[in-house]
Design a protein around this ligand. Structure first.
Ligand SMILES: [Zn+2]
Ligand SMILES: [Zn+2]
Length: 445
Protein backbone atom coordinates (compact mmCIF):
# COMPACT_ATOMS: atom_id res chain seq x y z
CA UNK A 1 0.00 0.00 0.00
CA UNK A 2 2.65 2.47 1.08
CA UNK A 3 4.86 1.46 -1.78
CA UNK A 4 2.05 2.24 -4.23
CA UNK A 5 1.60 5.67 -2.77
CA UNK A 6 5.29 6.38 -3.16
CA UNK A 7 5.17 5.34 -6.78
CA UNK A 8 2.32 7.73 -7.41
CA UNK A 9 4.08 10.57 -5.64
CA UNK A 10 7.13 10.21 -7.85
CA UNK A 11 4.91 11.38 -10.73
CA UNK A 12 4.36 14.68 -8.97
CA UNK A 13 7.83 16.11 -9.54
CA UNK A 14 7.50 17.54 -13.09
CA UNK A 15 6.77 21.26 -13.18
CA UNK A 16 3.00 21.88 -13.62
CA UNK A 17 2.11 22.87 -17.17
CA UNK A 18 2.71 26.51 -17.91
CA UNK A 19 4.46 27.17 -14.60
CA UNK A 20 8.20 27.55 -14.49
CA UNK A 21 11.06 27.45 -12.06
CA UNK A 22 13.61 30.23 -12.14
CA UNK A 23 16.88 28.39 -11.66
CA UNK A 24 19.96 30.04 -10.11
CA UNK A 25 21.54 30.86 -13.47
CA UNK A 26 18.49 32.86 -14.60
CA UNK A 27 17.97 34.22 -11.14
CA UNK A 28 21.24 36.15 -11.44
CA UNK A 29 19.61 38.04 -14.32
CA UNK A 30 16.42 38.50 -12.35
CA UNK A 31 18.35 39.96 -9.41
CA UNK A 32 20.19 42.31 -11.72
CA UNK A 33 17.04 43.48 -13.51
CA UNK A 34 15.31 44.06 -10.18
CA UNK A 35 18.28 46.09 -8.99
CA UNK A 36 18.23 48.28 -12.09
CA UNK A 37 14.44 48.68 -11.94
CA UNK A 38 14.52 49.61 -8.24
CA UNK A 39 17.34 52.07 -8.71
CA UNK A 40 15.83 53.88 -11.68
CA UNK A 41 12.33 53.88 -10.17
CA UNK A 42 13.53 55.37 -6.89
CA UNK A 43 15.51 57.98 -8.84
CA UNK A 44 12.30 58.92 -10.64
CA UNK A 45 10.43 59.40 -7.37
CA UNK A 46 8.47 56.12 -7.56
CA UNK A 47 7.86 54.18 -4.36
CA UNK A 48 7.47 50.43 -4.15
CA UNK A 49 4.14 48.77 -3.46
CA UNK A 50 3.18 45.11 -3.03
CA UNK A 51 -0.43 44.04 -3.30
CA UNK A 52 -1.84 40.56 -2.54
CA UNK A 53 -1.46 37.65 -4.91
CA UNK A 54 -5.22 37.29 -5.27
CA UNK A 55 -8.12 39.62 -5.95
CA UNK A 56 -11.87 39.23 -6.19
CA UNK A 57 -12.95 38.06 -9.64
CA UNK A 58 -15.69 40.68 -9.68
CA UNK A 59 -13.14 43.45 -9.20
CA UNK A 60 -10.82 42.27 -11.98
CA UNK A 61 -13.85 41.92 -14.28
CA UNK A 62 -14.93 45.48 -13.46
CA UNK A 63 -11.44 46.79 -14.30
CA UNK A 64 -10.95 44.91 -17.56
CA UNK A 65 -14.55 44.64 -18.73
CA UNK A 66 -16.49 41.42 -19.09
CA UNK A 67 -15.92 41.36 -22.86
CA UNK A 68 -12.15 41.61 -22.61
CA UNK A 69 -10.15 38.66 -23.76
CA UNK A 70 -8.39 38.55 -20.41
CA UNK A 71 -11.61 38.11 -18.43
CA UNK A 72 -13.16 35.73 -20.93
CA UNK A 73 -10.22 33.42 -21.43
CA UNK A 74 -7.15 34.17 -19.37
CA UNK A 75 -8.06 34.47 -15.71
CA UNK A 76 -6.79 32.00 -13.16
CA UNK A 77 -10.06 31.54 -11.30
CA UNK A 78 -10.74 29.65 -8.11
CA UNK A 79 -13.17 29.51 -5.24
CA UNK A 80 -11.73 30.06 -1.79
CA UNK A 81 -12.90 27.81 1.07
CA UNK A 82 -15.67 30.31 1.90
CA UNK A 83 -17.01 30.08 -1.63
CA UNK A 84 -15.83 33.52 -2.82
CA UNK A 85 -14.91 33.82 -6.48
CA UNK A 86 -11.26 34.75 -6.56
CA UNK A 87 -8.54 35.09 -9.20
CA UNK A 88 -4.78 35.02 -9.11
CA UNK A 89 -3.86 38.56 -10.12
CA UNK A 90 -3.27 38.81 -13.87
CA UNK A 91 -1.35 42.12 -13.85
CA UNK A 92 -0.16 44.86 -11.55
CA UNK A 93 -2.48 47.80 -12.25
CA UNK A 94 -5.64 46.29 -10.73
CA UNK A 95 -4.15 45.72 -7.29
CA UNK A 96 -2.76 49.24 -7.27
CA UNK A 97 -6.11 50.74 -8.26
CA UNK A 98 -7.82 48.78 -5.49
CA UNK A 99 -5.15 49.87 -3.00
CA UNK A 100 -5.47 53.49 -4.20
CA UNK A 101 -9.19 53.42 -3.44
CA UNK A 102 -8.97 51.35 -0.25
CA UNK A 103 -6.36 53.61 1.32
CA UNK A 104 -7.85 56.81 -0.01
CA UNK A 105 -4.60 57.76 -1.68
CA UNK A 106 -6.37 60.62 -3.40
CA UNK A 107 -5.83 62.49 -0.12
CA UNK A 108 -2.06 61.97 -0.38
CA UNK A 109 0.04 64.46 -2.37
CA UNK A 110 -0.60 63.78 -6.08
CA UNK A 111 0.53 62.26 -8.32
CA UNK A 112 0.89 58.89 -6.61
CA UNK A 113 3.89 57.24 -8.25
CA UNK A 114 4.37 53.58 -7.48
CA UNK A 115 6.33 50.63 -8.82
CA UNK A 116 6.17 46.90 -8.25
CA UNK A 117 8.09 43.71 -8.98
CA UNK A 118 5.90 40.70 -8.33
CA UNK A 119 4.73 37.38 -9.80
CA UNK A 120 1.53 37.39 -11.91
CA UNK A 121 -0.67 34.73 -13.45
CA UNK A 122 -2.54 34.40 -16.67
CA UNK A 123 -4.39 31.26 -17.68
CA UNK A 124 -3.22 30.64 -21.23
CA UNK A 125 -4.62 27.60 -23.06
CA UNK A 126 -2.11 24.84 -23.59
CA UNK A 127 -2.37 24.80 -27.37
CA UNK A 128 -0.73 28.24 -27.58
CA UNK A 129 2.92 28.06 -28.53
CA UNK A 130 4.15 29.94 -25.49
CA UNK A 131 1.70 29.16 -22.81
CA UNK A 132 3.46 30.28 -19.68
CA UNK A 133 0.95 30.94 -16.97
CA UNK A 134 3.17 32.56 -14.40
CA UNK A 135 5.69 35.31 -14.84
CA UNK A 136 7.49 38.08 -13.00
CA UNK A 137 6.41 41.57 -13.85
CA UNK A 138 7.95 44.96 -13.17
CA UNK A 139 5.67 47.92 -13.59
CA UNK A 140 5.31 51.58 -12.70
CA UNK A 141 2.14 53.62 -12.34
CA UNK A 142 1.39 57.30 -11.92
CA UNK A 143 -2.09 58.20 -10.65
CA UNK A 144 -3.90 61.45 -9.94
CA UNK A 145 -2.50 64.00 -12.42
CA UNK A 146 -2.83 64.41 -16.17
CA UNK A 147 0.12 65.92 -18.01
CA UNK A 148 2.10 64.95 -21.09
CA UNK A 149 5.24 65.58 -19.03
CA UNK A 150 4.23 62.78 -16.63
CA UNK A 151 3.71 60.34 -19.49
CA UNK A 152 7.05 61.37 -20.96
CA UNK A 153 8.75 60.75 -17.61
CA UNK A 154 7.21 57.31 -17.41
CA UNK A 155 8.48 56.45 -20.88
CA UNK A 156 11.86 57.86 -19.89
CA UNK A 157 11.93 55.46 -16.92
CA UNK A 158 11.24 52.49 -19.20
CA UNK A 159 13.85 53.75 -21.69
CA UNK A 160 16.53 54.18 -18.98
CA UNK A 161 15.93 50.70 -17.56
CA UNK A 162 16.19 49.04 -20.97
CA UNK A 163 19.33 51.06 -21.65
CA UNK A 164 20.89 49.97 -18.34
CA UNK A 165 20.07 46.36 -19.17
CA UNK A 166 21.85 46.81 -22.52
CA UNK A 167 18.85 45.60 -24.52
CA UNK A 168 17.29 48.85 -25.66
CA UNK A 169 18.81 48.59 -29.14
CA UNK A 170 16.97 45.29 -29.71
CA UNK A 171 13.60 46.98 -29.34
CA UNK A 172 11.84 49.97 -30.79
CA UNK A 173 9.45 52.25 -28.98
CA UNK A 174 6.07 52.56 -30.76
CA UNK A 175 3.55 55.18 -29.69
CA UNK A 176 -0.04 56.07 -30.47
CA UNK A 177 -2.92 58.02 -28.96
CA UNK A 178 -6.35 56.41 -28.71
CA UNK A 179 -8.33 59.59 -28.09
CA UNK A 180 -10.32 60.66 -25.06
CA UNK A 181 -13.91 60.36 -23.84
CA UNK A 182 -14.85 63.26 -26.12
CA UNK A 183 -13.43 62.04 -29.43
CA UNK A 184 -13.05 58.31 -28.87
CA UNK A 185 -16.74 57.21 -29.02
CA UNK A 186 -17.11 58.47 -32.61
CA UNK A 187 -13.90 56.73 -33.63
CA UNK A 188 -14.97 53.42 -32.05
CA UNK A 189 -18.38 53.68 -33.71
CA UNK A 190 -16.85 54.26 -37.14
CA UNK A 191 -14.44 51.42 -36.52
CA UNK A 192 -17.28 49.08 -35.71
CA UNK A 193 -19.20 50.19 -38.81
CA UNK A 194 -16.10 49.62 -40.89
CA UNK A 195 -15.78 46.00 -39.76
CA UNK A 196 -19.53 45.26 -39.95
CA UNK A 197 -20.16 43.38 -43.20
CA UNK A 198 -16.52 42.27 -43.43
CA UNK A 199 -16.91 39.51 -40.83
CA UNK A 200 -16.39 36.78 -43.40
CA UNK A 201 -12.87 38.03 -44.06
CA UNK A 202 -12.01 37.95 -40.36
CA UNK A 203 -10.77 35.00 -38.34
CA UNK A 204 -13.21 33.24 -36.03
CA UNK A 205 -12.08 35.04 -32.84
CA UNK A 206 -12.19 38.45 -34.52
CA UNK A 207 -15.68 37.91 -35.94
CA UNK A 208 -17.07 37.86 -32.40
CA UNK A 209 -15.28 41.07 -31.48
CA UNK A 210 -16.66 43.40 -34.18
CA UNK A 211 -19.60 44.56 -32.09
CA UNK A 212 -18.08 45.07 -28.68
CA UNK A 213 -14.31 45.13 -29.01
CA UNK A 214 -13.12 46.12 -32.52
CA UNK A 215 -9.63 46.95 -31.20
CA UNK A 216 -9.14 43.25 -30.60
CA UNK A 217 -8.85 42.83 -34.38
CA UNK A 218 -5.84 45.20 -34.43
CA UNK A 219 -4.00 42.81 -32.15
CA UNK A 220 -4.76 39.71 -34.22
CA UNK A 221 -1.85 38.04 -36.01
CA UNK A 222 -3.94 36.52 -38.82
CA UNK A 223 -2.95 38.03 -42.16
CA UNK A 224 -6.48 38.86 -43.33
CA UNK A 225 -7.33 40.52 -40.01
CA UNK A 226 -4.12 42.54 -40.22
CA UNK A 227 -4.83 43.72 -43.77
CA UNK A 228 -8.34 44.84 -42.80
CA UNK A 229 -6.98 46.61 -39.68
CA UNK A 230 -4.48 48.54 -41.78
CA UNK A 231 -7.26 49.88 -44.00
CA UNK A 232 -9.50 50.74 -41.03
CA UNK A 233 -10.27 54.38 -40.05
CA UNK A 234 -7.26 56.07 -38.50
CA UNK A 235 -7.57 57.39 -34.98
CA UNK A 236 -5.63 60.62 -35.66
CA UNK A 237 -8.47 61.80 -37.92
CA UNK A 238 -10.74 61.78 -34.86
CA UNK A 239 -8.53 63.44 -32.23
CA UNK A 240 -10.11 66.45 -30.58
CA UNK A 241 -8.01 69.58 -30.05
CA UNK A 242 -6.96 68.51 -26.55
CA UNK A 243 -5.81 65.11 -27.75
CA UNK A 244 -3.82 66.60 -30.64
CA UNK A 245 -2.16 69.08 -28.32
CA UNK A 246 -1.38 66.39 -25.75
CA UNK A 247 0.11 64.08 -28.35
CA UNK A 248 2.25 66.80 -29.92
CA UNK A 249 3.49 67.91 -26.53
CA UNK A 250 4.40 64.34 -25.62
CA UNK A 251 6.32 63.94 -28.87
CA UNK A 252 8.25 67.13 -28.26
CA UNK A 253 9.17 65.93 -24.74
CA UNK A 254 10.36 62.57 -26.05
CA UNK A 255 12.52 64.42 -28.55
CA UNK A 256 13.88 66.68 -25.80
CA UNK A 257 14.73 63.56 -23.77
CA UNK A 258 16.40 62.04 -26.86
CA UNK A 259 14.14 59.00 -26.90
CA UNK A 260 13.62 57.68 -30.41
CA UNK A 261 10.19 56.32 -31.27
CA UNK A 262 7.98 55.27 -34.14
CA UNK A 263 4.42 56.51 -34.55
CA UNK A 264 2.10 53.60 -35.14
CA UNK A 265 -1.56 54.46 -35.71
CA UNK A 266 -2.45 50.77 -35.51
CA UNK A 267 -1.17 50.41 -31.96
CA UNK A 268 -4.01 49.82 -29.50
CA UNK A 269 -2.17 48.53 -26.43
CA UNK A 270 -2.48 45.27 -24.57
CA UNK A 271 -5.46 46.10 -22.37
CA UNK A 272 -8.91 47.18 -23.48
CA UNK A 273 -9.01 49.87 -20.79
CA UNK A 274 -6.14 51.85 -22.30
CA UNK A 275 -7.26 55.24 -23.62
CA UNK A 276 -5.16 58.22 -24.66
CA UNK A 277 -1.46 57.41 -24.90
CA UNK A 278 -0.36 53.86 -25.61
CA UNK A 279 3.23 52.74 -26.06
CA UNK A 280 5.05 49.47 -26.56
CA UNK A 281 8.60 48.31 -27.07
CA UNK A 282 8.59 45.95 -30.06
CA UNK A 283 11.28 43.64 -31.24
CA UNK A 284 13.27 45.46 -33.96
CA UNK A 285 11.94 43.10 -36.59
CA UNK A 286 8.51 44.35 -35.48
CA UNK A 287 6.99 41.03 -34.71
CA UNK A 288 3.90 41.71 -32.68
CA UNK A 289 4.40 38.53 -30.71
CA UNK A 290 7.51 39.87 -29.12
CA UNK A 291 6.52 42.92 -27.15
CA UNK A 292 8.90 43.48 -24.27
CA UNK A 293 7.12 46.28 -22.48
CA UNK A 294 3.77 47.97 -22.87
CA UNK A 295 2.02 50.87 -21.29
CA UNK A 296 -0.59 53.53 -21.64
CA UNK A 297 -3.03 55.74 -19.85
CA UNK A 298 -6.19 54.41 -18.27
CA UNK A 299 -8.04 57.56 -17.29
CA UNK A 300 -11.49 56.03 -17.21
CA UNK A 301 -10.89 52.92 -15.12
CA UNK A 302 -10.80 54.37 -11.62
CA UNK A 303 -13.88 56.49 -12.38
CA UNK A 304 -15.75 53.40 -13.50
CA UNK A 305 -15.24 51.88 -10.05
CA UNK A 306 -15.33 54.84 -7.70
CA UNK A 307 -17.42 57.32 -9.67
CA UNK A 308 -14.66 59.91 -9.33
CA UNK A 309 -12.63 60.61 -12.45
CA UNK A 310 -8.96 60.09 -11.67
CA UNK A 311 -6.32 59.91 -14.44
CA UNK A 312 -3.69 57.18 -14.46
CA UNK A 313 -0.85 56.00 -16.64
CA UNK A 314 1.52 53.07 -16.34
CA UNK A 315 3.65 50.44 -18.02
CA UNK A 316 4.77 46.94 -17.28
CA UNK A 317 7.32 44.47 -18.47
CA UNK A 318 7.62 40.70 -18.11
CA UNK A 319 11.03 40.02 -16.66
CA UNK A 320 11.39 36.60 -18.31
CA UNK A 321 11.30 38.39 -21.68
CA UNK A 322 14.03 40.77 -20.56
CA UNK A 323 16.15 37.84 -19.36
CA UNK A 324 15.69 36.12 -22.72
CA UNK A 325 16.77 39.27 -24.55
CA UNK A 326 19.81 39.72 -22.31
CA UNK A 327 20.88 36.12 -22.83
CA UNK A 328 20.36 36.47 -26.58
CA UNK A 329 22.69 39.47 -26.52
CA UNK A 330 25.15 37.46 -24.37
CA UNK A 331 25.05 40.13 -21.70
CA UNK A 332 26.89 39.11 -18.57
CA UNK A 333 25.51 40.12 -15.21
CA UNK A 334 27.50 40.40 -12.01
CA UNK A 335 26.94 37.26 -10.01
CA UNK A 336 26.98 37.24 -6.26
CA UNK A 337 26.65 33.48 -6.21
CA UNK A 338 30.29 32.71 -7.00
CA UNK A 339 31.89 30.77 -4.20
CA UNK A 340 35.30 31.97 -3.10
CA UNK A 341 36.72 29.37 -0.72
CA UNK A 342 36.40 25.62 -0.42
CA UNK A 343 37.46 24.16 2.92
CA UNK A 344 38.78 20.62 2.91
CA UNK A 345 39.20 18.92 6.24
CA UNK A 346 41.21 15.78 6.39
CA UNK A 347 40.82 14.57 9.95
CA UNK A 348 38.16 14.41 12.55
CA UNK A 349 40.28 16.72 14.77
CA UNK A 350 40.30 19.41 12.11
CA UNK A 351 36.54 19.51 11.74
CA UNK A 352 35.83 21.83 14.67
CA UNK A 353 38.56 24.32 13.72
CA UNK A 354 37.47 24.26 10.09
CA UNK A 355 33.86 24.94 11.03
CA UNK A 356 34.95 27.89 13.17
CA UNK A 357 37.12 29.21 10.35
CA UNK A 358 34.27 28.85 7.85
CA UNK A 359 31.95 30.87 10.07
CA UNK A 360 34.61 33.60 10.50
CA UNK A 361 35.15 33.73 6.73
CA UNK A 362 31.43 34.06 6.09
CA UNK A 363 31.10 36.78 8.74
CA UNK A 364 33.83 38.68 6.90
CA UNK A 365 31.77 38.47 3.69
CA UNK A 366 33.71 35.62 2.06
CA UNK A 367 31.57 32.91 0.48
CA UNK A 368 32.91 29.63 1.81
CA UNK A 369 31.73 26.03 1.61
CA UNK A 370 33.08 22.64 2.52
CA UNK A 371 34.12 20.94 5.77
CA UNK A 372 32.45 17.78 4.59
CA UNK A 373 35.54 15.68 5.07
CA UNK A 374 34.55 13.34 2.28
CA UNK A 375 37.12 11.48 0.27
CA UNK A 376 40.85 11.94 -0.25
CA UNK A 377 42.59 15.25 -0.80
CA UNK A 378 42.65 14.57 -4.54
CA UNK A 379 38.89 14.01 -4.57
CA UNK A 380 38.29 17.19 -2.61
CA UNK A 381 40.47 19.24 -4.95
CA UNK A 382 38.42 17.87 -7.87
CA UNK A 383 35.25 18.87 -6.06
CA UNK A 384 36.61 22.39 -5.42
CA UNK A 385 37.43 22.62 -9.14
CA UNK A 386 33.86 21.66 -10.01
CA UNK A 387 32.55 24.41 -7.78
CA UNK A 388 34.94 26.78 -9.63
CA UNK A 389 36.31 28.06 -6.34
CA UNK A 390 39.45 30.22 -6.62
CA UNK A 391 40.88 29.30 -3.20
CA UNK A 392 40.99 26.18 -1.10
CA UNK A 393 41.89 25.70 2.54
CA UNK A 394 43.22 22.34 3.61
CA UNK A 395 43.53 21.27 7.24
CA UNK A 396 44.65 17.91 8.55
CA UNK A 397 45.92 16.70 11.90
CA UNK A 398 49.36 18.36 11.54
CA UNK A 399 47.82 21.73 10.67
CA UNK A 400 45.54 21.56 13.73
CA UNK A 401 48.48 20.83 16.02
CA UNK A 402 50.63 23.64 14.55
CA UNK A 403 47.73 26.12 14.27
CA UNK A 404 48.30 26.64 10.55
CA UNK A 405 46.37 26.12 7.33
CA UNK A 406 47.36 25.18 3.82
CA UNK A 407 46.03 27.74 1.36
CA UNK A 408 45.81 26.59 -2.24
CA UNK A 409 45.46 28.95 -5.17
CA UNK A 410 43.32 26.88 -7.53
CA UNK A 411 44.14 28.87 -10.65
CA UNK A 412 47.91 28.38 -10.48
CA UNK A 413 47.73 25.13 -8.55
CA UNK A 414 50.19 26.28 -5.88
CA UNK A 415 49.82 26.21 -2.14
CA UNK A 416 51.42 27.83 0.88
CA UNK A 417 51.23 27.54 4.63
CA UNK A 418 49.86 30.42 6.69
CA UNK A 419 48.93 30.89 10.34
CA UNK A 420 45.36 29.87 11.21
CA UNK A 421 44.86 33.22 12.97
CA UNK A 422 45.81 35.22 9.87
CA UNK A 423 43.61 33.17 7.50
CA UNK A 424 40.60 35.51 7.35
CA UNK A 425 42.71 38.64 6.73
CA UNK A 426 44.88 36.98 4.11
CA UNK A 427 41.89 35.59 2.18
CA UNK A 428 40.03 38.91 2.43
CA UNK A 429 42.96 40.58 0.66
CA UNK A 430 43.12 37.87 -1.99
CA UNK A 431 39.39 38.00 -2.71
CA UNK A 432 39.40 41.80 -2.75
CA UNK A 433 37.35 44.18 -0.61
CA UNK A 434 34.96 44.90 -3.51
CA UNK A 435 34.00 41.24 -3.81
CA UNK A 436 33.03 40.73 -0.19
CA UNK A 437 29.37 39.90 0.31
CA UNK A 438 28.53 42.09 3.27
CA UNK A 439 25.58 44.19 4.24
CA UNK A 440 24.95 46.95 6.71
CA UNK A 441 22.32 46.15 9.29
CA UNK A 442 18.92 47.37 8.18
CA UNK A 443 19.87 47.14 4.53
CA UNK A 444 18.45 43.67 3.99
CA UNK A 445 15.78 43.01 1.40
ZN1 LIG B 1 -9.92 63.74 -27.49
ZN1 LIG C 1 -8.34 37.78 -36.33
Amino acid sequence: MEENQNNNLSNLSPVPKGIRDILPEDHQYLTYIKKVARHRSRQGGFRRIATPMMEREEFITAIHGKNSDLVKNNLYKFKDPEGNDMVLRPEGYSGIIRAYLAHEMKDWPQPIELYYIEPYFEFVPQEKKQFYRSYMEFGAVSIGEKAAALDAQLIYLAHKILQDLNIESLFQLQINHLGCEVCRPKYLMDLENYFVGKERSLCFSCQEKVANNPHYIFRCHEEDCQILSELAPKVNNYWCEDCSKFYNRLRSYLEALEISYRENLGLVGKYDFYTGLVFEYWDRDQKKENILLHGGSFDEVIGKISGEKIPAVGFNMRLEKAIKAMKKEKIKVPSKDNLQVFIAQLSREAKKKCLQLMISLREAGIKAIGVLGKGSIREQITLAEKFKVPYMIIMGLTEVRENIIILRDMKVGQQKVISYDDAVDVIKKLVGEENLDTYTEGELG
